[in-house]
Write a protein that binds this ligand. Structure first.
Ligand code: AMP
Length: 418
């Protein structure tokens, strides 16, 4: 039987990879411009990093983690998100002791045992950015500005920035109680999952996609009515800083985000092109995370962008796949040997050149040059070779000229403007 990939785990083939590379390249350029440095972290972590960091009563920890024991009996988990790992690395290497402010970004795969569907996979890629060590609301606004700038630079349109505040350890418990009381009254209208969430984590009911739950909670108390003066002040300043930078937003008091560690500012950017899985990216402040995983009291804020969803939104018509600069078509034994050597020399000079390995007819070699979308073709025959020249054909305009082989590299570089 043919072996297939695991459900929810995708291959990304070369004809798609250009989009991925473009997205990742743009992220690196934009984030580094904003003063962020790349960090690399392991894919596997101890399970308790996530159960303590993300929260036991979240969907991710309750039912979506890939957890198993290694040969020594340690419980390990394929990371479902990157923030807890990045925070762990920052603590473990005591980065805060020599520079309290850290701005990191990370690109890599995450794993969640969710029901696969369009835009939702079991292995998916995220681009993450995190700022540790700053409580000032200026940084909340700044990271949102960076995110929106990145999404625009990638070419996304029709985006909507939604923001909310989730309160803190001081004010959230009261809100939670009020919410629980409200939910208890309408519990007969809630789905089975939400009945359970009612006890463990009532905020999560806002994330439920079931229509009857959505309509049952339209009148639910809103977190913004319960935030303490400190949280309110923080949120007001975030809004002010966004306004100063001219960025518009929508207040969404029902946005709670799926992870327990979020406090105060939460944000999402949604695209109306995407259907039900419409969140391209989300993030927020997590001032309790470091303490949850055994560290000192360090504030943090960050976001994660889903690469699959972002790639699916890229504008059509933009060319992402790179095509060869040159295809060398050779006719006969001597020219074929010369073509092989020539292509090697061109590769050393950074020119993307291709050749025919099968000694096919000129017609089929030119067909291949067309298929590869080569910008130029070099036709090398016995006669030309004797003269030390070859025929250079512009594949777009179809014009041809005889060019000397001894300065082919500079001729090509000039024509290709590279
Ligand atoms: P989260 O870590 O849940 O806040 O998700 C951040 C972003 O990651 C989302 O906005 C999505 O773009 C992406 N994402 C989350 N879960 C999945 C998934 N199962 N498959 C594909 N993308 C996902």
């Amino acid at each position: 039987m043919e072996i297939k990939a695991i459900r929810g785990f995708n291959d990304i083939l070369p004809d798609e990879i250009g989009k991925w590379q473009f997205v990742e390249r743009t992220a690196r350029e934009v984030f580094e411009g904003f003063g962020f440095s790349e960090i690399r972290i392991p894919i596997l972590e101890r399970t308790e990093l996530f159960s303590r960091g993300i929260g036991e009563a979240t969907d991710i920890v309750e039912k979506e983690m890939y957890t198993f024991s290694d040969r020594s009996g340690n419980s390990l988990t394929l990371r479902p998100e990157a923030t807890a790992s990045i925070a762990r690395a920052y603590l473990e290497h005591q980065v805060y002791s020599f520079d309290p402010v850290a701005k990191y970004y990370y690109i890599g795969p995450m794993f969640r045992y969710e029901r696969p569907q369009k835009g939702r996979y079991r292995q998916f890629y995220q681009i993450d950015a995190e700022v540790f060590g700053v409580e000032n609301p200026m940084v909340d606004a700044e990271i949102i500005l960076m995110l929106v700038h990145f999404l625009k630079k990638v070419g996304l349109e029709n985006l909507e920035l939604q923001i909310n505040t989730l309160g803190c350890r001081k004010c959230r418990p009261r809100y939670r109680e009020e919410l629980k009381a409200f939910m208890k009254n309408i519990s007969f209208q809630l789905c089975e999952d939400c009945q359970r969430r009612l006890e463990t984590n009532p905020l999560r009911i806002f994330d439920c996609k079931v229509e009857t739950c959505k309509s049952a909670i339209t009148e639910a108390p809103q977190v913004t009515n319960y935030t303490c003066p400190d949280c309110q002040g923080h949120f007001d300043r975030v809004k002010e800083y966004l306004a100063v930078a001219g960025l518009s937003y929508i207040l969404n008091p029902k946005m709670v985000r799926g992870l327990d560690y979020y406090t105060r500012t939460a944000f999402e950017v949604v695209s109306y092109q995407l259907g039900s899985q419409n969140a391209v990216t989300g993030g927020g402040r997590y001032d309790n995370l470091f303490q949850e995983i055994g560290g000192p009291d360090i504030p943090g804020i960050g976001f994660a962008v889903g690469i699959e969803r972002l790639v699916s939104l890229l504008p059509a018509g933009k060319e992402f796949v790179s095509s060869p600069h040159l295809f060398v078509a050779a006719l006969g034994e001597g020219p074929a040997r010369e073509a092989y050597k020539l292509v090697y020399e061109l590769h050393l000079q950074g020119i993307q050149a291709e050749l025919d390995y099968e000694r096919r007819s000129l017609k089929s070699q030119m067909r291949r040059a067309d298929k590869l979308k080569a910008r130029f073709a070099l036709i090398l025959g016995e006669d030309e070779l004797k003269r030390g020249t070859a025929m250079l054909r512009n594949m777009e305009t179809k014009s041809q000229e005889e060019v000397p082989l001894n300065d082919l590299t500079s001729t090509l570089k000039q024509k290709l403007a590279i």
